[in-house]
Design a protein around this ligand. Structure first.
Ligand code: ZN
Length: 73
């Protein structure tokens, strides 16, 4: 269109500053949940310990992060 000014602005999404990724897990077979942690390995170890005690082998793992959309320069 003649005379029209089309302007495109690019954005990207990134981890929100001053936030941490947290990991959680819950057993699929009972109501057990792992202690939430910023250390994914610690949560995995807790799951394996729960399996050792209970024989429960299925877990729902949750990774929570915060995001922020910023203008791409
Ligand atoms: Zn369980």
């Amino acid at each position: 269109m003649k005379g029209a000014l089309l302007r495109y602005v690019l954005y990207r999404i990134k981890e929100h500053p001053d936030t941490e990724v947290t990991y959680e897990a819950e057993c699929l077979w009972c109501k057990w949940t792992a202690q939430p942690s910023t250390d994914s390995e610690a949560v995995d170890v807790e799951c394996m310990s729960h399996t050792g005690r209970s024989g429960h082998k299925g877990f729902r793992r949750i990774r929570t992060s915060f995001a922020m959309v910023v203008r791409a320069e």
